[in-house]
Ligand binder design. Structure first.
Ligand code: CA
Length: 248
């Protein structure tokens, strides 16, 4: 046996018990899927029922362009930035330089903040406290898009449903929701994510949750989502809501 073979064999012998130990640890500590359990009012998109709702949906124009751009928020407060990045890429808005991708330009959570966006709120502040609905709208408009902001307290359930469903039936425009997780049975505070589809049969919206490490995409009842956007954001003193985004 030459030295290299000897080292390799030794490594294999040492690594076997380590692998076994790791397997045991995984089984004991449940180190597999990491997302939190869902309450019964929510339908996991990653289930047979969740899949069927999308196939049967008549309002899913936005699902594919958004799913292609689906990203995980970079830190606990970056849900708004991750959601904006998805929408700007889905709208094919000309993106700034992306040094990590060479000559290819795309929006990322690192290059999103241009000079105009920094006048609205800085990335440092967003990293600490997230953003309000108004800031979400203004940040979007740092780029050539129109952001129509609706506060949850200003719309009836019917108005909310109609506006969002109409958008989900149209290509090249998107919906971001700003809601209180607790109201829909999740942990726990204010959150922002894109809405990707509507199920007529069950009256539910599909949220592509950008904190992908925490929850899977879920189908939530329209009424419950409406209640969750009509909650008060203590930072602004106003209700949360939703933003309709299109090219300017
Ligand atoms: Ca749309």
């Amino acid at each position: 046996m030459n030295t290299n073979n000897y080292r390799f064999s030794l490594l294999k012998i040492i690594s076997l018990p380590i692998q076994a130990l790791f397997l045991v640890l995984c089984l004991v500590s449940g180190l597999r899927a990491q997302t939190l359990p869902l309450t019964e009012n929510l339908i996991n998109f990653n289930s047979i029922e969740g899949e069927e709702l999308l196939i049967e949906s008549q309002a899913r124009q936005d699902y594919f362009p958004l799913s292609i751009q689906f990203v995980t928020q970079r830190n606990g407060a970056y849900c708004g930035v991750a959601s904006i990045v998805m929408v700007l890429n889905a709208l094919s808005i000309p993106a700034p330089e992306t040094p990590e991708f060479g000559r290819y330009n795309t929006f990322t959570q690192n290059n999103f903040f241009n000079a105009k966006a920094r006048q609205v709120i800085t990335p440092e502040v967003v990293s600490r406290q997230g953003m309000t609905l108004e800031e979400l709208g203004k940040l979007l408009e740092s780029y050539p898009v129109t952001a129509e902001v609706h506060h949850g307290g200003d719309v009836t359930l019917e108005e909310f449903r109609n506006l969002v469903v109409k958008n989900l039936q149209e290509a090249n425009n998107f919906v971001l929701v700003n809601y209180l997780r607790k109201t829909i049975g999740q942990e726990r505070g204010g959150h922002i994510s894109p809405v990707a589809a509507y199920s007529e049969e069950t009256d539910r919206f599909l949220i592509l949750d950008v904190s992908r490490y925490k929850y899977p995409p879920v189908w939530v009842k329209a009424e419950q989502l409406w209640q969750a956007i009509a909650t008060i954001d203590s930072t602004s003193g106003k209700t949360r809501g939703f933003v309709l985004v299109s090219r300017r």
